[in-house]
Structures are given as structure tokens and as C-alpha cells.
Ligand binder design. Structure first.
Ligand SMILES: Nc1ncnc2c1ncn2[C@@H]1O[C@H](COP(=O)(O)OP(=O)(O)O)[C@@H](O)[C@H]1O
Ligand SMILES: [Mg+2]
Length: 266
């Protein structure tokens, strides 16, 4: 039997942003050279300081940005925008406000990807929304609420429901728990882990918080200045600061998150 194609397959990927500042053309090399394979059902953690290129790499993986160099294959093929319309890829951002229109009731926002996917039956959509809310641990009555009437944790659960309702095969969590209170953060991390196990989607979990990343990922890539400085199984990152992976991570995140650095050093 043939092995299934990897969900994400990047070879020598680079992204250079060009922007015009006054009369000058400037270039930012956001991602310099990345090789990355994420298998079906695998979660890759991506850690690194702010500006290291994590979100840019995620945008390539989501087919939202064509790389300036290198190749990107989704499930073994050149990316076809049709797979996004079918809801095969999703993203959960740090701020659920970006996924939930403040003027729409939550139920409408969550059902929207199903409409895009072409599910016409209104009652079918309602059933899918209800089932999805139960999966993310929200009361069905919340479909009639507006996002502004919910707590931060409830809003992030809503955003996750919206991201997963089309049963995507690849999901990016871009700092998805970073803005939540610590207690809510661990609940949402547990939820992500459970949903991942039940649905088996491949994922990219982006965070500057190593402990959170370790909890949900099988492998962790450390990014700095647009490239990977280390890629290793998540368990390797439990080792003390003498370990080369931890040292690299320490150096990468020490400037940004003193707490993580302290945790690593202790
Ligand atoms: N749309 C854009 N246009 C120009 N430069 C950008 C754009 N998006 C990001 N950058 C730059 O690319 C680099 C990587 O950014 P980003 O991928 O957002 O990093 P991270 O998610 O790790 O914080 C940064 O220097 C950032 O300023
Ligand atoms: Mg980012």
C-alpha cells in the first residue's frame, strides 16, 4: 500500500515581502528557507520570538500566500484554492473577534463556512452547528447571542467551532490561547487536544509559550530570523538548558518572554 501524502510539504520555502516606503522599494525576508513536512493527524508546534516568521509560514501552509521561492504541496498536490472553499483548511487566531462578526449572532457566524461549502439545507446547518457547539463545550442556547455578550473563553470556543465545522484536514492555531487567562488557557488547550484526537486533523500550533506548545504537539520547530534553528520531538524540550534544543529555544525566546526563559533555566 502507498503511504498517504503528507498534509503539508514545503521544500526550500522563502517569502520576501516587498513594500514601497515613500519613493523607496524595501524588501523584508520574512521566511528565508524552510523545509517542513506535517503528516496526516500530526501536530507541529512552532515557537519563536515575535517577527521570526511564524505567521508568514502559516499563511503559506494555508495557501493564502504563494512562496517567493521553493515549493509547497498540500496533500501531495500544488495548492488549489478550491480546497479552501471546501473547508479543508482552517485557522484560529489569537483574537476570536477576527472570526466572529460582532453584528451577527454566533450561530450565523459558525454556520457560514457550511454555506460557503455549499450545504444548502437550513435545518442540516442548524444540526451541524448544535453538534459542533456541544463538541466545544458550549450551551446550544448561545447561538442566539452576539460575540460581545460572551466571555473571552466562550468566544475562543466559538471561533474553534467555526474553524472545525467543515471538518478540515489541516488547522492552524496562531497564538490561539495567548490572550486568554491562565485557567481558561488550560481548558482550551485540553479542548484542542481532545478535538485533535477525535477528528485527526493535522495542525500547526503557533505560540511563544513553550509549555503550551509541548502540551499539544508531537514535534516542535524553533524559528528564528525566518528559518528553523531546531526541529525535534516535543519530549526533547523537557530537557534542561544544557540540551542543545533547549539552549536554542532559550536564546530564541529569552528576549521576548522572560517567564518561559526562567522556566527553562530552572
Ligand atoms: N504583510 C507584510 N508586509 C511586509 N512585511 C511583513 C508583512 N507581514 C509580516 N511582515 C514582516 O515579516 C517578518 C515576519 O513576520 P511574521 O510572519 O508576522 O512573524 P511572527 O508571526 O513570528 O511574529 C517581520 O519582520 C514582519 O514585520
Ligand atoms: Mg504571528
Amino acid at each position: 500500500m502507498n503511504e498517504p501524502a503528507p498534509t503539508i510539504d514545503m521544500r526550500g520555502v522563502g517569502v520576501t515581502y516587498r513594500k514601497r516606503l515613500l519613493a523607496r522599494q524595501t524588501e523584508v525576508a520574512a521566511v528565508t528557507r524552510v523545509d517542513l513536512v506535517i503528516g496526516p493527524g500530526e501536530t507541529l508546534g512552532l515557537v519563536g520570538e515575535s517577527g521570526s516568521g511564524k505567521t508568514t509560514l502559516a499563511r503559506v501552509a494555508l495557501g493564502l500566500l504563494a512562496p517567493s521561492r521553493g515549493t509547497f504541496l498540500f496533500e501531495g498536490r500544488a495548492f488549489d484554492p478550491q480546497v479552501r472553499r471546501q473547508g479543508a483548511l482552517s485557522v484560529v487566531f489569537q483574537h476570536p473577534e477576527w472570526a466572529l462578526n460582532p453584528r451577527l449572532r454566533c450561530g450565523t457566524s459558525i454556520a457560514e463556512p457550511l454555506l460557503v461549502q455549499g450545504l444548502r439545507g437550513r435545518e442540516q446547518r442548524r444540526q451541524r452547528v448544535r453538534a459542533m457547539l456541544a463538541e466545544v463545550g458550549l450551551d446550544a442556547a448561545l447561538v442566539d447571542r452576539f460575540p460581545g455578550e460572551l466571555s473571552g473563553g466562550q468566544r475562543q470556543r466559538m471561533a474553534i467551532a467555526r474553524a472545525l465545522i467543515t471538518q478540515p484536514r489541516f488547522v492552524v492555531f496562531d497564538e490561539a490561547v495567548s490572550a486568554l487567562d491562565v485557567s481558561v488557557q488550560s481548558q482550551v488547550l485540553n479542548l484542542i487536544r481532545r478535538l485533535q484526537a477525535q477528528h485527526g486533523f493535522a495542525a500547526m500550533f503557533i505560540s511563544h509559550d513553550l509549555a503550551a506548545t509541548r502540551y499539544v504537539s508531537q514535534r516542535i520547530a524553533v524559528m528564528r530570523g525566518g528559518e528553523f534553528v531546531e526541529v525535534a520531538p516535543a519530549r526533547k524540550f523537557y530537557d534542561g538548558p544544557d540540551h542543545p534544543y533547549s539552549r536554542a529555544l532559550y536564546a530564541t525566546i529569552a528576549g521576548e518572554t522572560g517567564e518561559n526563559a526562567k522556566e527553562l533555566a530552572s
